[in-house]
Structure formats: C-alpha cells, structure tokens
Design a protein around this ligand. Structure first.
Ligand SMILES: [Mn+2]
Length: 356
C-alpha cells in the first residue's frame, strides 16, 4: 500500500507545481492516472505537459530529456513506468516524483512511490494499479470515478468503489452480472467496452495518439464516448472503430484446437498482442496463450495462463535463447529473435507440460 503520508506528500507535490511535465505509460492505467492528475490541477497551474511513453518499459531516452529542456517545468512526474535509467534521472535537475506498481526499483535522486514497499493486510503483494493510487492522491473526485475505473479494470483490478460505480452507472456495469474476474467486466459489460475504446486510442501513429490524448483531456462524461454525444466523444469512438476493424480481423485468424497451447503469429504495425491474449484467455481459461507479432528480426509475444505460472515457464524457456522478457505470474511479455522462435516454443511446451 501507499501510506497516507505518502499520498499526502505526492498530493502536495502535485498541487504546489506550477508547470509540471507528466510522463505516463501507453495503456489505460497510464493514461487514466495522467488524466486524474491533469484534472486535479488544471484550473490553477500555469501549464501542464503530458507525454506518453511508448512501448519500452524503461524511461531513458534523450528525446525525453530534450522535451524537459524545451518545456522548462518545475517538477517531473512519472506514472506507471516500471523502470528509469539512473543516467536519465541524474541528468534531470528538478524534483522527480515517480508513482508505479511494478517490481520495486532501487534508483536514487527520485521521490519514489510504490505500493509494493509497504505490506497491506488484504493485498499481498500489493500491486494495485497506478490509477488506483492516482485516484487517492487526487482526493477521489466522484465525477471522474469512471476514469479511475477505466484504469483499474484495464489493469485487471476491481477496486472497492465498484459498488458505488454500479449504482452511478447501472447501464455500464449491471449488478446482475456474475463476476468471475476483472475479465468479466472487460469483456461482458459496457464499461469494458469503454476500457477498450480508450485502450485502442493509445494505438496508431504518434500523431494519432497525441490527438486522442488532447481530446481525452476535454471529456468529463463517459457517455460522450460510449453514446457519441459530443464531437470529442465521436472522435475517440471513431479511432476505436478504425483499430477495432484490424483487431477483429487479426482475431478471426486465431485457431482454437484441442492443443493445450494456443499459438498465433501475426504481422501488422499495430501492437495488439496484449489485448488479443487477454481476450482469448478469458474465453479459453484452460489454455496457455502465446500471441506473437513479427517485427523485423524479432517476435514480440504476450503469454497468458490462468492456471500455470507463465513467468516461471518463460524464465526456464529463455535459457539458451536469444531474447528477454518477464512480467506477472499469469501474464508475461517477451521478445525473441526469429531464428530462435521455434526452439523457444519447444521449450515452452516442455516446461508447461512439466507444470500441468
Ligand atoms: Mn499499470
């Protein structure tokens, strides 16, 4: 958990900033955290710069240093990024506040906030999403609960305020639906569709993603998006539809057989392996899912299993293979050199059958 002292410290840092720059991860958890921070201070700051950090788990590049220099902020905030290079931190001469829930990092010269650092009675380990904490930091504004819920469900977590949410938005999340896990919300409710709409707006060219973020900042009501009530909502919905056509087309090629493993490879510029593997896993909970995207010399993969420890299987399977990866117990990502891919899959089969 984050202690109430930590929450207050981060809140104070945010409120006292006049010109913050905010880096955030390129998924619903990252974006939702950013939007909550943004709305909390937007009316009394001089300016706020939000910068989405694509794909790499590590915040390091000179591009981002240049963005800081150009913008001349008074504070740097980093949301939902798992790692930062110490070099990068050392080159920044203003205070850095970093809120994350991935495995604990040992960087210096940064104000680091991670729920894994303190034991929690109920959640052990406590890796509740960044958005969940961002909602606390920003004093849980009820009108933005939908944004908090998008980030939490998008990161596979049902927060305690879900009952309040169901009451407020019964058509988005109906009480009568039986929840097996967060996937039920994601795949069987209108709220889940809202998550996907926003998630798919983080995909596309840099220009498209920038435009989506700019528009998302103006939206205060989920129905603007889901019912396409305003020009802004229509814009977000339209980009979702564009990505969704590609998503559905790729998904239609996935074959489910008697094999315990679902292995599927595709070649497209859109990064959809995480979304595809989550959805296929939800409807086929007994399978080990491997979705790979070909990218020049590499195969970028998402692995899922509800029953097996995929992190362990992945670790074992990477031995003697050119590639790297990691993640959570039931959800991992990895990048494998094409020339080693067949051997890697053989390893996966071997270590998966050892566990089952
Ligand atoms: Mn996250």
């Amino acid at each position: 958990m984050l202690t109430s002292k930590e929450i207050q410290e981060l809140r104070y840092a945010l409120r006292s900033s006049k010109r913050p720059i905010i880096f955030f991860d390129d998924d619903t958890d990252g974006l939702s955290s950013f939007l909550l921070f943004y709305h909390y201070i937007k009316d009394y700051v001089e300016d706020i710069k939000g910068i989405i950090v694509k794909s790499s788990p590590i915040l390091k590049d000179d591009i981002y240093l240049r963005r800081i220099e150009e913008y001349n902020p008074d504070k740097v905030f980093v949301l939902d990024k798992p790692m930062m290079h110490q070099d990068f931190i050392d080159k920044i001469k203003i205070p850095i506040y970093w809120l994350d829930h991935h495995p604990i990092q040992k960087n210096s010269k940064v104000h680091y906030f991670n729920p894994l650092m303190h034991q929690d009675k109920k959640y052990n380990p406590d890796n509740r999403p960044t958005t969940y904490w961002a909602y606390k930091v920003t004093e849980e504004p009820e009108n933005l609960m939908w944004i908090a819920m998008v980030g939490c469900i998008g990161d596979w977590f049902i927060p305690e305020f879900y009952k309040k949410y169901m009451e407020k938005y019964p058509d988005l999340w109906n009480k009568t639906i039986k929840i097996r896990n967060p996937g039920t919300v994601l795949h069987e409710t209108k709220h889940g569709k809202l998550c996907r709409i926003i998630q798919f707006n983080m995909k596309g060219t840099s220009k498209e993603i920038q435009d989506s973020i700019r528009v998302m900042k103006k939206i205060l009501n989920p129905y603007d998006i889901i019912d396409r009530k305003t020009p802004e909502g229509k814009f977000i919905y339209k980009h979702y539809e564009k990505v969704n056509v590609i998503y559905e087309k790729i998904k239609s090629n996935v074959k489910i057989t008697k094999d315990k493993i679902v292995l599927f490879v595709y070649n497209d510029k859109y990064v959809l392996t995480g979304d595809l593997s989550n959805e296929i896993q939800y409807y086929h909970p007994d399978k080990l899912i491997i979705i790979a995207r070909e990218k020049t010399e590499d195969m970028i993969c998402s692995l899922r299993s509800e029953n097996l420890n995929v992190r362990k299987i992945l670790e074992e399977s990477l031995i003697g293979i050119e590639g790297y990866g990691g993640g959570h117990e039931h959800a991992c990502g990895c990048s494998i050199k094409k020339k080693d891919f067949d051997r890697f899959i053989k390893n996966l089969r071997k270590y998966a059958s050892k566990q089952s």
